[in-house]
Design a protein. Sequence first.
Length: 447
Amino acid sequence: MKQHRMLEDKVSKVYFSFLIPTVLGMVSQSLYVLVDVMVVGIGVGSDGLAALNIVMPMFTMYTAIGLLVGVGGATTMSVLIGQGKYDDVPSVFTLCFVLNLTEGLLLSALSVIFIKPLALLLGSNIEMLDMVTAYLLPIAAGGWGFVLSSMLQVFVRNDGNPRLVMTAILTANITNVVLDCVFVFVCKMGIFGAAFATGLSPIICCSIMMIHFTRQERQLRFTKHFWKSELFVRIHKNGFGTCLLEFTSGLVIYLFNIVLMRISGELSIAVYAIISNIAYVAKGIFNGIAQAMQPVVSVNYGAGKYARMNRAHHLAQIVAVIFSALSFSACMLFPQQIIMFFTGDDAQMIQASVPALKLYFTSIVFTGINTMLMYYFQSIEKAVISTLISALKGIVFLVLGLIILTPVLGVNGVWLTMTFAESITMIFALVIKFISDKKFKLSKASL
C-alpha cells in the first residue's frame, strides 16, 4: 500500500484493507496452539492438556520478545514515514531483524540446554516432568522461529503486504494441523509429536514471508549501516507496552496454574488449558484488530493528522466490541458444545469446564477495549501510558484480584479474576484517552 493512501484515502477504507487479512492471519496463528489442545485432548487425555498448559507461557514469551522489537520498530517506521523521513526505514528494519534473530537463537539454545529446570520453573511437578519436557523440547528448539515470525509479520504487513502475511500464517497453520494429526494419530508420537509439528510452523511462516523482499516496490531493505543508538532506544520504548501485554498473558497462565494446582488440583489445570487456549485465540483476534489500526494511526500521527488517527482508533474499538459481544454470547449460549469440541464426551471435564468458561469470559468486552487503547497509545509513541495499561491489567489488578477473590470464592474467584482486572483497568484507560483527545483538540470537522 502506498503510504499517501493512509494520509489521504477514507480512513475506514484504509483500515479495513488491513483488518481482514490481519485478523485472518492472527486467528490462524493462534490456532498453532489450539490445534495442539484438540489433538492432545483427544489423543493423549487430560494429563497431556495439563502438561501443555504448563508450557503455554513459553509461547507468550516468544511472542513478547518478537513484538517488543516488531511492533516497536514498525511504530517507529510508520511515524518516520508520516514525517517524510524515509531514509531511516532500512536502518530500523535491519536493526530489528538482527536483534530478533540473535535473541531468538540465544533463547532457544538456553531453553534446550536447561530443559528440565525450565519445566520445573514453569510449574511442573515431578510426576508430570517427563510429559512436560516432551512437549517443551521441540517448542524450545524452534523458539527462534516464533520470535522472528512475530516481528516479520508486523513489518511486512506495515510495508503494504498484509495478504502475504495472511498467506504465510495460513499455510504454516494448515501444515501444523496435518502434521499434528499424522504425528499423534498415525505415527503414535504422543505429545512430542504435537509439539514437533507446532515448532515447525513458524519456520515455514518465516520462509514464506521472505518472498516479500523480492518485491521492487517494498520500502523494507537490509543495510550494513543499521546501528543507531537513538533508534535502538526508540524501538524498545515504543514496543515495551505490547511486550509487557504478551508477557503478562504468560504470567496470567503461570499464576493461575500455581493457584489452581494449590486449591483444586490437576483437573482444574486441564480445564484451564481449554479456557486459556480459547482466550489465546480471542487475544490473537484482538491483536489483529489493533495491529490493523497501528500503521494508520502511526503514519497519520507522524503527519500531524490527529483526527484521522482518532477515527482509526474508533473503528478498531467498534470492531472489537462487536467481536466481544459475539464471543460472549457464544460462551453463554453454547458452553457445553464448545467444551466438547476439545474433550469429546468426557463428562467430568464437561461438568467442571462449563461454569468456568462462563465466568472467565465475562471479561472479554473489557479485554477488547483495553487492547485497543493500549495499542493506540503505543502507536502514537506514548510508551509510558501503554506500558501502564499493560501493567495494571496483567500484573497489579490481576494479583490483587487473586488475593481478594480466591479466599472468598475459591476456584470461582480464579475464573473471575480477569474480569476484576480488566474492568478496573478500562476505567483508568478511558479517562486517559479522554484527556488525550482534549490535548489533540480532536473534532469531527477535521476528519
